[in-house]
Design a protein around this ligand. Structure first.
Ligand code: 5GP
Ligand code: ZN
Length: 112
């Protein structure tokens, strides 16, 4: 999608600090980290949010969780939080599916 910020990051039009990349997804550090480790994992195909996951595109979500499990182990993280905000009220600011991976500090529950 041409006017999507994360599609521009995938295309290399906007630089990012990459954690991992393959043909299906990209992981990169958040520009405004909310924890000592904070990166995002996104599908390369444009999906608006979890609300747009369906039988045709769900395989990439499973793949992303496999990537999260592997990359967090590589980074030595044994406790972390995975978050996906859906819609403005929940705090979604970029309408391209992304999973936040946050680690390295104590976290509260419920989230604010
Ligand atoms: P959301 O608010 O939609 O859940 O998460 C979007 C995230 O994207 C935010 O944490 C924000 O800091 C991050 N972000 C926004 N623009 C950029 C950017 O240009 N580069 C990177 N690396 N992260 C960004
Ligand atoms: Zn996009």
């Amino acid at each position: 999608m041409s006017d999507c910020l994360f599609c521009k990051i995938i295309a290399g039009e906007i630089p990012s600090n990459k954690v991992y990349e393959d043909e299906l997804c990209l992981a990169f550090y958040d520009i405004d980290p909310q924890a000592p480790t904070h990166f995002l994992v996104i599908p390369k195909a444009h999906i608006g949010s979890v609300a747009e996951v369906d039988g045709d595109n769900a395989a990439v979500v499973a793949h992303i969780f496999e990537v999260i499990a592997r990359q967090t182990k590589k980074l030595g993280l044994d406790s972390y939080r995975v978050v996906s905000n859906i819609g403005v009220q929940a705090g979604q600011s970029v309408p391209h599916l992304h999973f936040h991976v946050l680690a390295g500090r104590d976290m509260t529950w419920p989230p604010g």
